[in-house]
Design a protein around this ligand. Structure first.
Ligand code: ATP
Ligand code: MG
Length: 715
């Protein structure tokens, strides 16, 4: 069993005298080492399976650990989250400690907070309610009682939108209401377990007799409340092994802190401290970028960084790609994923990771369009999210009763109607302050508003009912059951996991770091989040960002500051949502500045209609063709052949694939429309300004019957 470990990992697995602390970087085998420690201890007869408690960060990680332990012959070991281990103990000891049954866990916490606020004569809108709820949760995991809350906030760097005294008042009333109604919340599960273990020595002894050995994974993200519980479980004993990486602390916004990991030696002077630096997960190319990111990190966690050394064979360089706009980024990413799958990388070994869950929608769509199966991890699918379903229902209702409403009677533009309907669901023009679920929900609604804007941009005559039909169609397309698909996950949900290919998307300032990260500490946490993302990749790593949100928008964005000086061979893709696979320019060197040329602008938006039957087109592919896929083509075959031959020559001269000149679909559209002037040519999807300047004269000449297949684009 120990054969599969290196000497340091073996030390972790076999040091049973005294506490053990493993401080090590991503992919160095921390999780592997503690799993082997438990399995080895059990097989060697040092630990009884039932006496071991392995604590990990998520239910999924706990499940995975149970599976690995079973494989190593150590089934029967408890692998749980702090929360599930505490709940189990609380249920068991409640009758003895308090009497009766454990109170019910409140399922609609926000409603109770709203009631508490009302009793304090405060009217909170949905966003304020979520914000206050988040603050109460934070206060509880940091063991801050209502009476201390205002003072603690005044001292901390925590940014809050509300007056702390008011929040404290609601917090106190909320606690009172719970007591009156005999219910508890999620945080109470830990708080009550701690209280019982503290007060009842007999019960604490009983728990300690049961659990004698402890391992904790991802220890850098332990909250003060979880730490207190751990101390109570372990007691005076030294049978504790913790592993973590301070550089991967990504939950400090919820009250977690790496100090417990960093100071482990201070609290346990006789601890064995093991450092692992061999990275078994990623290629030297990925590790180089990860080390580069950490080298620029500042602050407490960064003082403890360790330089990783890859143990794997060389792999491809990470690829940085700058796109003109977000849809182009999503399309480009989906296309690369399709190529990887075609080249033999299983879809289940590929992940797209983003900063906030609302970013997933556009990738869900792009992957669905590309026919690539996917699954969302750590978040519900966009159209299954509660706020999105509620918003959909509200829009449907508004569309149904639209006839009686002047607002919806064509007097007001579609996006404005949507904003009006969604404002009743918590949509505001400006995003709410801070992060967390409030912000995530706002982002979901913002994504719907943007969808409405884009939809009405493409179809100015569209009504609210059309939009609802479009939403239904999209939802249906994405609900198709999938197996073994590409993982779509937030960077937070990707912690501890690994894939052969990882796409880190949306790496523009404002998203990475996220706008609401303001203090130095918050910025550093964002950098660590990117480090977590980079270190999920085994072989293929792609980093991308878009210069503007929508096609034709102002190219006002910049690549994330965190990649400054680190960008490996940057590629500038001039793809736009309309042109599909148009051009990409290899810049090739680490110093290449990718943003020199502005993103291509899209022509004015008119509803795209089929040239043959006149139907309004909504599918990207059909818009490129300028007709329905199944409407008959009236293409001039000879012209298509000449354009095709000309494209081959151009591509060869430029040293680029043919589709970088024009895609097949664009060539077909040109051969079908036979443009007579620049204006007509530029109306064809895929003929962006840069291409018009470069190839326009040739293409128009060929359309006019001249033979230009000998080449000679005049630039
Ligand atoms: P993270 O910080 O991301 O949680 P980690 O330190 O927990 O990473 P693991 O997930 O345990 O790292 O290991 C990373 C990968 O390296 C896994 O695929 C694991 O199987 C492999 N690995 C770890 N140690 C070894 C080893 N000694 N020999 C071969 N492969 C190893
Ligand atoms: Mg791990």
């Amino acid at each position: 069993m120990l054969d599969g470990l290196d000497p340091e990992q073996r030390a972790v697995a076999t040091a049973f005298q005294g506490p053990v602390c493993v401080l090590a970087g991503a992919g160095t085998g921390k999780t592997r080492a503690i799993t082997h420690r438990v399995a080895y201890g059990v097989r060697a007869g040092i630990m009884q399976p039932a006496s071991v408690l392995a604590v990990t960060f998520t239910n999924r990680a706990a499940g995975e650990m149970r599976g690995r332990l079973r494989q190593l012959g150590a089934g029967g070991v408890q692998a749980r989250t702090f929360h599930s281990a505490a709940l189990r103990q609380l249920q068991f000891f409640w009758p003895k400690a308090v009497g009766g049954e454990l109170p019910r866990i409140v399922d609609r916490k926000a409603q109770l907070v709203a009631e508490a606020a009302a009793r304090c004569r405060l009217r909170l809108d949905r966003n304020e309610l979520r914000e206050v709820t988040g603050e109460i949760e934070w206060a509880k995991v940091t063991q801050t009682v209502p009476g201390d809350y205002a003072a603690v906030i005044a001292k901390s760097a925590r940014e809050t939108a509300r007056d702390a005294a008011e929040t404290a008042q609601v917090y106190a009333m909320y606690e009172q209401l719970k007591r009156d109604r005999s219910v508890i919340d999620f945080e109470d599960v830990l708080l009550l377990t701690v209280a019982i273990l503290q007060d009842r020595h007999d019960i604490a002894d009983q728990v300690r007799r049961q659990y004698q050995h402890f391992v904790v994974d991802e220890y850098q993200d332990v909250s003060p409340l979880q730490q207190r519980l751990l101390e109570l479980w372990v007691g005076e004993r030294e049978t504790l092994c913790v592993v973590g990486d301070a550089s991967q602390t990504i939950y400090s916004f919820t009250g977690a802190t790496p100090e417990h990991l960093i100071n482990f030696r201070t609290r346990h002077p006789n601890a064995t401290v093991v450092k692992l630096v061999r990275d078994y997960r990623s290629t030297p190319q990925v590790v180089h970028l990860a080390n580069g990111l950490l080298a620029q990190a500042r602050g407490r966690a960064a003082e403890h960084r360790l330089e990783l050394v890859s143990q794997r064979a060389k792999g491809p360089e990470p690829v940085c790609t700058e796109y003109g706009d977000e849809p182009a980024e999503a399309e480009g990413t989906a296309r690369r994923i399709r190529d990887l799958v075609a080249a033999g990388v299983p879809a289940g070994e590929i992940a797209v990771l983003f900063r906030i869950n609302a970013q997933s929608a556009i990738y869900e769509q792009a992957l669905a369009d590309a026919g690539v199966p996917y699954q969302l991890r750590g978040a519900e699918r966009f159209f299954e999210r509660q706020e999105v379903r509620e918003a959909g229902a509200a829009l449907r209702g508004a569309a149904r009763f639209g006839g009686n409403d002047a607002l919806l009677d064509g007097m007001v533009e579609l996006p404005q109607q949507v904003r009006a309907v969604l404002s009743a669901k918590g949509w505001t023009d400006q995003p709410p302050a801070g992060s967390g679920p409030v912000r995530d929900r706002w982002e979901s609604l913002a994504a719907l508003v943007r969808l409405a804007e884009d939809f009405s941009g493409a179809r100015p005559e569209a009504t609210l009912a059309d939009l609802v039909a479009e939403l239904d169609e999209r939802a249906a397309a994405q609900h198709a059951p999938t197996v073994q698909g590409v993982t779509l996950a937030s960077l937070h949900a990707a912690k501890g996991l690994e894939w052969d290919a990882v796409f880190l998307v949306g790496l523009a300032e404002g998203t990475m770091p996220i706008t609401y990260a303001k203090t130095d500490e918050q910025i550093e946490e964002e950098r660590r989040l990117l480090y977590v993302g980079v270190t999920r990749a085994r072989v293929h790593l792609s980093l991308s960002w878009a210069l503007s949100r929508a096609p034709g928008g102002r190219a006002s964005r910049r690549a994330t500051r965190f990649l400054q000086g680190l960008r490996p061979g940057a590629t500038r893709a001039a793809w736009t949502a309309a042109s599909g696979a148009a051009g990409s320019v290899e810049l090739g060197t680490a110093t290449a500045r990718a943003a020199e040329e502005p993103a291509p602008r899209r022509r004015d938006r008119r509803p795209a209609r089929c040239r043959v039957c006149g139907r309004t087109l909504t599918e990207a592919g059909e818009m490129k063709l300028m007709r329905c896929e199944d409407c008959p083509s009236d293409m001039d075959e000879g012209l298509y052949e000449r354009l095709h031959a000309w494209r081959e020559v151009q591509a060869r001269e430029l040293g680029q694939p043919a589709y970088c000149v024009f895609t097949d679909k664009t060539l077909v559209a040109i051969a079908e429309t036979v443009p007579g002037d620049e204006r007509a040519l530029s109306a064809i999807s895929g003929v962006v300004r840069r291409k018009l300047t470069r190839f326009g004269p040739d293409v128009l000449a060929i359309c006019a019957g001249e033979d230009r297949s000998g080449g000679g684009g005049d630039g």
